[in-house]
Design a protein around this ligand. Structure first.
Ligand SMILES: C[S@@+](CC[C@H](N)C(=O)[O-])C[C@H]1O[C@@H](n2cnc3c(N)ncnc32)[C@H](O)[C@@H]1O
Length: 332
């Protein structure tokens, strides 16, 4: 079985994503109040710090999803085992949870391909190497792709004799506002074949106190994750943010149904972003909204599937029903 890695983050793909990045920062810092989208934070280090978040004991989305894979791996395997299939994972990160499923499929002697796609080259390379060292004697072949979600998907030949299941885990969909999430899942369905599955991890609405605790750890990992955004702006756009003059806090906003992370300027200051040819002023305690993590209800999940061209197959939950991995089939 083969264990391969492809990097699509070079040449034109890289320069168009750099231009998109600069445009998103410009628009976000000109907004009142300032607001930067969650996806800006993912370079290699951003993806690594996110892995640290998933290991925090109080970060329920990761703990719940591990439990869901352990409880329901046979049910997922039952969906797939009847025909040849391929497991594609968008934004795979360290692939920890997925390995619970992969191991189960391997133990059941199924033959399949696993295709992790992630914008972080480091994450994909490490994942392919880890899988090769553990499973080189199995019937699983692996093709890791470092790319944006849809560039990676378009790279995989559309072989209609192979059923695809696309995993989009970790409540990453919650980082998108509802209309963007709808566009995303519709485009995803259009990139697949009728009968393919998607499995999407949704964090469910719950007691705001639980949400507050999950996104404000005492060890400061969330703050490091969010302030890393300032390092990225310094590196990619030649900005001169000084991280020591900013602090971060997350809180649930009942108007947007999302946990919103804010980066607060602790003083009045001016920051130059060379690549944008602009200076941006911050008042003391002015906030930039950064991470956005929408909390879904079951009804919203079903509506999203229905409006975007899917049939809901099943909702897989942890025992306390804090989180759902919802499995949908692409309609003809
Ligand atoms: C919230 S993390 C989830 C990681 C992992 N799936 C989990 O459940 O723990 C989002 C992942 O998506 C990747 N990512 C973010 N934006 C991406 C994009 N546009 N294309 C591909 N991967 C992306 C990040 O590098 C990161 O590994």
């Amino acid at each position: 079985m083969s264990f391969d890695y492809q990097n699509m983050r070079s040449g034109t793909a890289e320069s168009s994503s750099d231009a998109q990045f600069a445009q998103a920062v410009l628009e976000g810092l000109l907004r009142v109040p300032k607001r930067l989208p969650s996806w800006l934070i993912y370079d290699d280090l951003g993806s690594e710090i996110f892995t640290e978040i998933t290991q925090l004991p109080g970060y329920h989305p990761a703990q719940c999803e591990i439990e869901i894979f352990q409880r329901h791996k046979q049910a997922i395997s039952d969906l797939l085992s009847k025909t040849a299939f391929r497991v594609i994972e968008l934004g795979a990160g360290d692939g920890e949870k997925t390995q619970i499923l992969l191991e189960h499929l391997i133990q059941n002697r199924l033959t399949f391909e696993y295709v992790p796609i992630d914008i972080s080259e480091g994450a994909v390379k490490n994942l392919v190497a880890a899988l090769e060292s553990r499973y080189s004697q199995s019937n699983m072949s692996v093709l890791g792709i470092a790319a944006d979600y849809f560039d990676g998907l378009s790279q995989i030949s559309s072989n209609s004799s192979v059923r695809n299941i696309v995993l989009f885990l970790g409540s990453t969909i919650g980082n998108m506002e509802l209309p963007v999430a709808e566009q995303f899942v519709r485009k995803l369905g259009e990139s697949l074949n009728a009968g393919d599955y998607v499995m999407i991890g949704f964090d469910l609405m719950k007691d705001p106190k639980t949400l507050y605790a999950a996104y404000n750890d005492s060890t400061g990992v969330f703050e490091r994750f969010n302030l890393h955004l300032l390092d990225i702006l310094n590196q990619k756009l030649g900005a001169n943010f000084l991280k020591e003059h900013f602090v971060q806090q997350g809180s649930y906003n009942p108007r947007t149904h999302a946990v919103e992370s804010h980066i607060y300027s602790t003083r009045e200051q001016v920051v130059l972003i060379k690549a944008l040819g602009k200076e941006f002023s911050f008042d003391a305690w002015e906030a930039i909204q950064a991470e956005h993590s929408y909390k879904y209800t079951h009804a919203e999940i079903e509506l999203l599937a229905e409006k975007s061209g899917y049939q809901v197959v099943t909702h897989l939950s942890d025992v306390h029903a804090n989180f759902v991995d919802s499995v949908w089939e692409v309609k003809p």
